[in-house]
Design a protein around this ligand. Sequence first.
Ligand SMILES: C[S@@+](CC[C@H](N)C(=O)[O-])C[C@H]1O[C@@H](n2cnc3c(N)ncnc32)[C@H](O)[C@@H]1O
Length: 269
Amino acid sequence: MATTATDPTLAALKERTRATWASGDYDAVADGIWEVGERVVRRVAVGPGERVLDVAAGTGNAAIRAAAAGGAVTAVDLTPELFVAGRRRADEAGVDIDWVEGDAEDLPFDDGAFDVVLSTFGVMFAPRHEVAARELARVLRPGGRLGLATWVPDGTVGHLFRTVAAELPPPPAIAQPPLGWGDPTHVETIFAGTGMQLTFERESLPIDPEIPIEEATQFYMDSFGPLVMARRVLREQGRWEILAAKLPAAIRRLMTEPAAFLVITGTKR
Ligand SMILES: C[S@@+](CC[C@H](N)C(=O)[O-])C[C@H]1O[C@@H](n2cnc3c(N)ncnc32)[C@H](O)[C@@H]1O
């Protein structure tokens, strides 16, 4: 079991999160955001020999680019099922990465163990934002750098997440909404007192107008873990058709408007 949570609600939530990201085909979905790892690694200027941690690394989006830049990289994630594709991608890139199963809210590393901490669309899915933010800051050495990418609430991916969440049973009260990490004011609040000095910049991903909407909708329903899980839950409740009717419009936005996200960089005092 990846989580060290002793609270049964929290432990169950972490197990569900792991099952969600292990379902579908995240490796294929990650292709759509693959350039973000490179952008974030360039932004924080990872250098040869630096100790780098990619938190909620999935299939290694940031980790692989940090290793290609010469970093000594550890990739940690709650969902070790994704490491199979991550290892394949790392082999293809000709880099070595240390893959570690673990929870962003309880990182299995010493204080100040890393020069750089990264997370692309990853740590935002840990349920307790302040706990996770404090862990990111804790494992950074003084003077170390942070580089995160998070979806913003008013972007097309934010819209898709809200469309899905609106049809699902509410999550436990302990789970804060992931899109909070796309709001700079909220992010400043959760890092308060950690010594992190943060900067924020909005970026976006280009669209591919060649892909038909029906094909894209089917792809996301079959491959994107949160949608695969939503279909499973809503079918049991006989309510899947309600969300299925709303998805094409949300996917149309996703395929026709550049996907906005926030790049958060920081230095630890
Ligand atoms: C959208 S994927 C992003 C993966 C990768 N960073 C990327 O850019 O492709 C979200 C990832 O967060 C991981 N995750 C969710 N909650 C986590 C937690 N509490 N601790 C560690 N990883 C977590 C999931 O297992 C999944 O790999």
